[in-house]
Design a protein around this ligand. Structure first.
Ligand SMILES: Cc1cc2nc3c(=O)[nH]c(=O)nc-3n(C[C@H](O)[C@H](O)[C@H](O)COP(=O)(O)OP(=O)(O)OC[C@H]3O[C@@H](n4cnc5c(N)ncnc54)[C@H](O)[C@@H]3O)c2cc1C
Ligand code: SF4
Length: 561
């Protein structure tokens, strides 16, 4: 649409979450001038409230209906609460649509520096070649255009900086990393680990998590206060606001432009190059242009894809970088509606209010459809579990007076297992622009289509049954398992709508997350995932992003971009 403007920056990075934080750190530290466009407001330690008791809040954190008024979708997930709600998108101002028969809750939409890393669960797991070349093993979909060897040094680099507490297990399909010393397992977690290994041969390990156990880069080790999703004044968990973005800003090469809602990528039609980004200032609602040699989208999967689709031009009427027609398609997420729980002994532990809280539980490594196993008949790919134990008061105790007080203090230990399974990348799960609806900034919104297939349904059933099997092996009592349809609530791990591939007719990005069609446009969030292995995505998002930035820096030095 537009011609080229004055080049003000070397690169524009859109979004300051897990990927955008790394992109601006890597580029700014290499000496490039970077503009970081972030739709949200600035974040600061003053906003963190992990040590604030609920009685100090205006509504004592008990007026959920107040939050539901403006954030009916975001508040379905309890991390959006009175402590944190103003970090989240106002669902009424920035809606999205779905078909009536395919409800989808798009939660975890943050509007603050750091994006989802402010409130994420921090589980940080590597992918393996078994994941990256899954299509070659089972014939479904496409292999990733890169291998574990390509990612390994970048996983090392990212883990060392992020700080991941974890235990080495020597599993080929869940590679070990550069771990900080592990947080200890609870007695119940240790019991489950031992019995599940002995009886079922499955690995229950500490959930590898982006929480420090020793000091690093001015960040303190975790002091076990518990609610990481409210922020952390000691910066002990990884949030890009106070790590990667802060480093980038410290170089003096990165300018953070807050409240800047990117609408579209500006194109110079004569050269087929992006010239910058058109954005809306969220405070004034005025549109602005900003220009640079390179545009890097890191706004989260659906948001980055929305920007590309909204950047359609006469030459690319179906969206920028969409000559393949694949843009928007192959939306994947994780199913997480199968699992179970049961009661275990307290081993002398007493319930407390305000005692230390370990912010990290356990992870059960995938055990289905692995190398050397006969494949499961009912479904392709696999799932892992997150879980752990809590020693709680017996809130349901009967009686009153002294008898009640005594009964209340009788510890109850619940052990929970929640499955996280791969959703196959399928053409029909997709996002597109809904021309009939705009957000309050006048930007057309996305319509999201996703539903379970037989593969996910069979996997969820197995998640429930296998959770029951493991709880039984551990000796749990009162075991309850569940296996529900995903809709409307998949895990907040969307990926795949601008997939990477070697064949430009079938994919949007190359292995360095550069669009096949426009060489100075990159998409460095999970949009590029060719498939969505069951391990949580963010460690791989960050790893790919750093690798792609190094490629970009090399190409810019050579004058190729
Ligand atoms: C409650 C919760 C728990 C999670 N737990 C885990 C976990 O345990 N492990 C794991 O691996 N992952 C987890 N995730 C997912 C993880 O947070 C994301 O995978 C990761 O943060 C995605 O990184 P990103 O860079 O793509 O986007 P984000 O971190 O979401 O950042 C995107 C940023 O872009 C900005 N933005 C969006 N649109 C625009 C626009 N048009 N213009 C300008 N800026 C824009 C947003 O304001 C936001 O700041 C969790 C997520 C949530 C919400
Ligand atoms: S539990 Fe640890 S990482 Fe989480 S907020 Fe408290 S100190 Fe920070």
């Amino acid at each position: 649409m537009h011609g080229g403007g004055k080049i003000e920056y070397d690169a524009i990075v859109v979004g300051s979450g897990a990927s955008g934080g790394w992109a601006c750190k890597r580029l700014a530290e290499a000496g490039l001038k970077v503009a970081l466009l972030e739709a949200g407001k600035p974040q600061s330690d003053q906003n963190f409230s992990e040590h604030k008791p609920a009685f100090e809040l205006k509504y004592r954190n008990r007026a959920a209906e107040m939050i539901r008024k403006t954030r009916p979708v975001q508040s379905v997930f309890d991390v959006c609460n009175e402590y944190t709600s103003d970090w989240f998108v106002n669902d009424l101002e920035e809606p999205y649509t779905t078909p009536k028969d395919q409800p989808f809750l798009w939660m975890g939409r943050l509007r603050v520096t750091g994006g989802r890393t402010n409130v994420w669960g921090r589980v940080s797991l590597r992918f393996s070649d078994w994941d990256l070349q899954a299509a070659s093993h089972d014939g479904f979909g496409e292999d990733w255009p890169l291998s574990y060897k390509d990612l390994e040094p970048y996983y090392d680099l990212v883990e060392k900086y992020v700080g991941v507490t974890g235990m080495a297990e020597g599993l080929e399909h869940l590679p070990d990393g550069q771990f900080q010393p592990p947080m200890p397992l609870t007695c119940q977690e240790a019991l489950v680990r031992k019995r599940v290994k002995e009886k079922l041969g499955r690995t229950v390990t500490l959930a590898r998590s982006a929480n420090l156990t020793r000091p690093q880069n001015g960040r303190g080790p975790c002091h076990y206060c518990g609610p990481c999703e409210r922020g952390c004044v000691t910066h002990s968990y990884f949030n890009s606001a106070f790590t990667t973005v802060a480093d980038a800003l410290r170089t003096g090469n990165c300018t953070l432009i807050s409240n800047a809602m990117a609408h579209k990528v500006l194109m110079d039609e004569k050269t087929n190059r992006a010239s910058g980004v058109l954005y809306v200032d969220r405070n004034t609602k005025e549109t602005q242009e900003i220009h640079a040699r390179v545009v890097i989208l890191c706004a989260q999967t659906q948001e980055s894809t929305r920007i590309l689709l909204n950047s359609a031009t006469r030459e690319s009427p179906n969206g920028l970088a969409n000559s393949s027609g694949a843009l928007g398609h192959y939306l994947t997420a994780h199913v997480r509606s199968g699992g179970g729980n049961g009661e275990l002994p307290a081993f002398g532990e007493r319930p407390t209010l305000g005692g230390p809280v370990k912010p990290v539980g356990i992870y059960v490594a995938r055990f289905r459809n692995l190398k050397g196993q006969s494949p499961t008949k009912n479904f392709l790919r696999g799932f892992g579990y997150e879980g752990g134990s809590n020693v709680e008061f017996n809130w349901g105790a009967p009686g009153f007076g002294a008898v009640y007080k005594k009964a209340l203090r009788e510890p109850r230990v619940n052990f929970d297992l929640t499955g996280f399974g791969e959703v196959l990348p399928r053409w029909e799960n997709r996002v597109e622009i809904d021309r009939s609806v705009k957000d309050i900034y006048g930007i057309p919104v996305v319509k999201i289509y996703i539903k379970d297939s037989d593969n996910e349904r069979a996997m969820i059933k197995d998640m429930g049954n296998s959770a029951g099997e493991m709880l039984e092996a551990a000796g749990a009592k009162n075991i309850r398992t569940y296996a529900r349809p995903s809709a409307p609530q998949w895990a907040l791990h969307e990926a795949g709508t601008a997939r990477m591939g070697t064949d430009r007719k079938k994919s949007v990005l190359n292995q360095f997350q550069q669009t096949h069609d426009v060489k100075n446009v990159f998409v460095m969030d999970a949009s590029g995932f060719t498939s969505n292995p069951c391990q949580n995505p963010t460690l791989t998002i960050m790893t790919l992003c750093v690798r792609s930035c190094d490629y970009l820096i090399g190409e810019m030095k050579r004058g190729e971009i």
